[in-house]
Structures are given as structure tokens and as C-alpha cells.
Design a protein around this ligand. Sequence first.
Ligand code: UDP
Length: 345
Amino acid sequence: MKILILGVNGFIGNSLAARILQETDWEVFGMDIREDKLDMCHGNAKFHFVEGDISINKEWVEYHVKKCDVVMPLVAIATPATYVREPLKVFHLDFEENLNIVRLCVKYGKRLLFPSTSEVYGMCTDKEFNEDESHLILGPIRMQRWIYSASKQLLDRVIWAYGFQQGLKFTLFRPFNWIGPKLDELAADPEKEGSSRVVTQFISSLLLGEPIRLVDGGLQRRCFTYIDDGINCLMKIIENKDERLNGEIFNIGNPDNEATIKDLAYKLKELFMNHPATKNLDKYSEIIEVYSKEFYGEGYQDINFRVPSIKKAKTLIGWEPKVNLNTALKKTLEYYLDSNLKVEC
Ligand code: UDP
């Protein structure tokens, strides 16, 4: 099988490509604007990489959609601060550029595995979000945060419609706060608030001894999912035994790993303080509260909780997550401590 991964250097892309190359005889064709996370892939004869941009290198992309069996367009902006500050950039990349790829899959009859997002559920009040039943509830237009959710939701609907009207084979997957090594780059300047997702933002602050900031008190909750669990699920989706995953949507998350952002901050700080490499520091980050308006800007609105129902993934895919929150945080923190301390040596 030949798999095209656009955005192969990203958090999901690099980890998925490495696993495919390690465990299968599938070939991976990848494009990305960067290649710094591909150390586990480079050198493998089944890995074909080109540095490029999906919005510029369109001929390469079309040629490879035609050549491959499965297409995974993973290029997207997925950080809330950018939804608020540069909503048009998010719309352009996450919606318009990805729509082109969807249409190429239709044109060449290729199977599309598309990353939807847990954000599509927005402020849904269901205790557990169900892929086929839950309502998708977004805030007003002036709250720019929702442009990401709305862009992804419309693409979900367009992909669904191509399946319904023109027979496109697809599977949509919705990651719920995946974390792990190589998640985001650490912010060199934590004062540039919200420049990465919460776990990497907190780790940056800890490493720099700057305050950890809880937005609006930090009582909002998320379910954190370890990357290896997510990749296990994606491997089964790519495999698509008996083609039974076509036309389906799956939440990929860990409902048992729910924590408030405040809990997360204290857990990470404790892991950091007990780590052999950092336990003798004189000073550690304090944990403070900030208003979202100051942290993200006026166009921000939060999601108080989001818990995935993973019943469908359990039944149809035969998958469930295994890594608990403590282990997931520990492994993520260790990766950043290792790479950071190496740089300093
Ligand atoms: N958050 C926070 N401090 C930070 C970064 C994020 O309190 O330094 C909060 C943010 O307001 C949100 C949650 O942490 O409620 C998760 O943020 P993330 O950026 O990971 O994205 P989300 O889960 O909202 O997509």
C-alpha cells in the first residue's frame, strides 16, 4: 500500500510515518515545509520525502494523490491563539487548501483519511460527545476562535457529501487533545502568550521558570490522549479491515484521562520538581490566573469540557486507549527535558 501524508513533519504525521515504516511494508510519500521531526523516517527506503508547501507545490501533490492508495492531508493550524489572531490564515490553510486535496481524492478515486477535530463539537453540552448524534454548537461570529471549528465542520460535511453523491471513500477522525513528544516547539518567549497548546505552553514556562498561567481560573476540562494510543487507532483505520470503516467518523480520545487545566498545571509542576535533572533548582514557576481576554484577545471563547464517546471506535475498530494521564505527561515532559538539556550542554 502507498500512503500520502501531507504535513508529515507534524505532531501526528511524523509519529504515524515512523510507526508505518517500523511495522509494515507500506510505502510513505510525505511532504512538509520542514523536516526536523523526521529523524526516525529518513534513511528508510520506503520513505519518500519532499520539502514543499501544499499551497505552492500543487503538481507534486496531484501526481502523488494519483499514485497513492490512501491520502492523509494533515496540514493545518491547530493552535487556538492563531484562530483568534489570524482567522483568515486558518480558513485559507485549514479549509481552502484542504478542499483542493479532497477534490483530488474525488477526481482520482482515492481513499481519504481526514483529520476532523474535537473542536467541531464546540460548546456541546452532552456528557460524552457522540460522532453521529451530538449537536455541534459554536459561539457568535465575533468570537473568532470558532473559525477553526467551523472550517473543519464544513469540510466534514463536504467530504460526507462527496461520499454520498459521488462515492468518495473516506474516514474522518477526531483527535481529543493528543499529547506526547514533538507536540509543539517550546515557546522561546512565554510572554508571547498562547503561542502553543496548553501542555507545551506549561512545559516552556516550567523550563524558563516563568509563571504558568491558568486562563480564567483553569477549571475548564480536557481529556488528554497519548500519541501512541492515537497512532494505534490510525494504523487500524489505514488498514481498514473488510473496508468496514469507510464513510464513518471516529472520536480518538481517552475519556479516562480527564483533568482540569488547573490539575494539569499542578501535575506537570510536580513531575518537573521531582525529575532528577531539575529537582535541585532554586526556584520553580508559580501558578497564576489570567483573564482570557488578556491572554488570547477579545475573540476567544472557551470550551468548558469535552469528553469523547469512544464506543464506536471500540466496537468497529477494536481499539481503546491504554496510557494513563500521569504516564502521558511524564513521557511528554521527559522528551522536552531531554532535548532541552542536550541543547544546553
Ligand atoms: N490554557 C491555559 N493556559 C495556557 C494555555 C492554555 O489555561 O497557557 C487553557 C485554554 O484556555 C484552554 C485549555 O487550556 O481552556 C486547552 O488549551 P489548548 O491550547 O491546549 O487547546 P484546546 O484544548 O482549547 O483546543
